[in-house]
Design a protein. Sequence first.
Length: 260
Amino acid sequence: MLFWHKDGFSTACGHGTIALGVWATDTGLVESDPDGVTEVRIDVPSGRVAAQVERRNGKLVSATFRNVASHVIARGVCLETSRGSVLVDLSFSGAIYASVRATDVGLSVDPEHYTELIALGREVKWALNDAVEAQYAADPRLSGVYGTILWDDLGRGTEGPKQRNVTVFADGEVDRSPCGSGTGARVALLADDGTLTATDTLEHHSIVDTVFRARWEAAGVDLSGETLVTPFVTGTAYQTGEHRFMLDPADPLGSGFVLR
């Protein structure tokens, strides 16, 4: 499966995986348990992932995205931006994400700062995209900073930490969800520093207050000695329509254009 956006395709897409799993079981492409969990396994550029779709009396309860093994790449990378010096954390969860605390640049994750958040997200992405830390030696398709996650700390709830984020991906696009693979990248960082323990659940809000809940399981270490975790991200998805795209060879703009 390839998950497309206006600037190409994603090497991973958690909410897309959730949506695909729900669609596959809704349509009968994958036979599902009407009173249990059905796992839909999906191959994407970053590896094999899954949507674990839970139903009760045939109706959707939730779907959980099981991502590839994820890890911290670097912490406290100092970057000069138009809003001053900022420290950036890099982590991998099917794609490479740069995390920046919004208050460090005088912002908060809310709609009134939407334009400034996008501008800074793009700035961080392109400043670090070719950095050594953002190169994925095992598969060059996974290299580069896929998105910038600007986040706010909302304290702790009864189940674990609560955060709000906006994920600026591709070239200035904003995720309507808390971003599935981006949530995995946050889980890797929070598990590493002890903020999110193995018994905690992260309550992860988006800029429009949609919510994912995430946890992790240990996944060993890689060849370089990096500690790996497998993120599990739970949300929902609903069909909104069907569309068939076509490319007329006579269309002079059929392959699209970019103005940014």
